[in-house]
Design a protein around this ligand. Structure first.
Ligand code: 8YV
Length: 321
């Protein structure tokens, strides 16, 4: 293309990414970072060749179908792309790219933080200190769940799941995993494979979700499956909120069936189930898995690498379809 491609950038991206966008694209950016409605997005996309979008702009089939015919690519600023109806995009000849590989470490760090924060009651302990309730040391006070040597079951052993396993091995945890396909022995690194995730649950002192949101994983953790976990298990979710059924998890956190949960993602976020706020055994974060300066730069660059390749007629480094 002789002219610079016209790009709609739906959210404010880091300064280094904005600079590259300004250099290489004729871009409509969003300096005030206002989340646009679908109607606003469709209007702003008029005449654009591509959209650098994010999970805050849902793209179900009915939106994809209404995109202007000029739009030929969606580059999502995320590894997860459950907000995009990919078959609908493919049907319209719209290419989709995402950002795998650059946020594994940052997200696995937050998974480990959630695991430790939940196990050691970091929220409750921090609250005791901050509210002036810390009056004395107690041999039986603020007791958490021991981590070292325990069994960790990972649902979704892709790059992030494996980065979490690597960290957990540093805590001498025994790694179990369930994944659509079994990994090579090298990638498995001694982890125990369970083809059936339900069969893995009774082995999980800790259970972490590191899988994409699909029709198979949606509401996977329900009452019946919580019952399969050992009493006092710890649940960690840094993947997507809807893999957990909130009402079931909240009930289990109240009863003590689940000792603690560490959650970075929520169904309906940011409007999550506020019942979590009353639970001292819930360690909660506002979806910060990839939130480091280096990682957000790398995610933006990956989007631009995808777009650059598309407009140069080369294969995308990270194609979804
Ligand atoms: C992002 C994520 O922060 O990449 C993903 O799929 O969940 C997070 O790392 C989020 O999607 C917003 O871009």
């Amino acid at each position: 293309m002789s002219r610079k491609p016209k790009l709609l950038v739906t959210r404010l991206t880091p300064p280094n990414v904005e600079a590259r966008i300004a250099r290489d694209y004729d871009a409509a950016v969003n300096p005030e970072d206002i989340i646009m409605t679908t109607e606003e997005l469709l209007e702003k996309a008029q005449g654009c060749d591509a959209i650098l979008c994010s999970p805050t702009e849902p793209m179900p089939a009915e939106v994809i179908e209404r995109l202007p015919s000029s739009v030929r690519m969606l580059a999502t600023f995320s590894v997860g792309y459950d907000q995009i109806d990919v078959p609908a995009a493919t049907a319209r000849g719209i290419k989709v790219g995402n950002t795998p590989g650059v946020l594994d470490d940052a997200t696995a760090d937050i998974a480990m933080l959630c695991l430790l924060g939940a196990a050691r009651m970091a929220h409750n302990a921090g609250t005791v200190l901050r509210t002036g309730a810390w009056q004395r040391w107690e041999p039986t006070g603020l007791l958490g769940v021991h981590v070292t040597g325990k069994r960790l079951g990972i649902i979704g052993m892709g790059r992030i799941g494996r980065a979490l396993a690597k960290r957990a091995r540093g805590f001498d945890m025994e790694i179990h995993y369930s994944n659509r396909s079994r990994l090579t022995p090298e990638l498995e690194a001694g982890a125990v494979y369970h083809q059936d995730p339900e069969e893995m649950l009774p082995q999980c002192d800790f259970l972490s979700f590191n899988c994409p949101l699909t029709e198979q994983t949606r509401h996977f953790l329900n009452r019946e499956r919580i019952a399969l976990l050992p009493d006092g298990a710890v649940v960690v979710n840094t993947a997507r909120g809807p893999v957990v059924e909130d009402a079931a998890l909240i009930e289990a956190l109240k009863s003590g069936k689940i000792a603690a949960a560490g959650l970075d993602v929520f169904e309906g976020e940011p409007a999550f189930d506020k019942a979590y706020l009353d639970l001292p055994n819930a360690f909660l974060l506002p979806h910060i898995g990839s939130a480091t300066v280096e990682t957000r730069d790398a995610m933006g660059f990956k989007c631009l690498d995808n777009l650059d390749a598309f407009f140069a007629g080369r294969p995308l480094p990270a194609p979804v379809n």
